[in-house]
Design a protein around this ligand. Sequence first.
Ligand SMILES: [Zn+2]
Length: 170
Amino acid sequence: MLIVIGGLIGSHIEKLEHFFYICTNDTLCYIAVITQEPTEMHRKLPALTADNRAFWQGGEQGRLFMHWCEDCTRYFHPPGPVCPKCASLSVRPKEVSGKATVVSFTINYQPWTPNLAAPFAIAIVELPEQTGLRFLSNVEEPVEQVYIGMPLRVVFEQQEDVWIPLFIKD
Ligand SMILES: [Zn+2]
């Protein structure tokens, strides 16, 4: 973060996040400008468990894993120790292709925190491996280019010990 006191610098205009006046007496005011380089979105990170570790850390090897039931031979999400369909305990992470399609989406325009780079697209994506195999993610494309049915492929954003699955146009 850079604090510039005394005036605006043209090349920094697009990076402005906050500016305010500092008045030292009745007649003299300075403009304090806080500029900030674009930053990654600050996300609330999940607590890792034995069940969800593959989903959140598979991205370290560029791989997306979904939980799979050996008995009813179906994927399910979120990952857990018991199949929600047949109650089997024979479940495990299984790699998927990383392809997906936008099922629904919304655009967030509100910069809820100072580092949040709005607007961005929040999407429900469905994986081709199984009808209804969906989760919530972000589409990392210009928001005006996102549409229902848009083909996607996964990319990963590392934050601490988590590789967050995000999607770009395929
Ligand atoms: Zn099952």
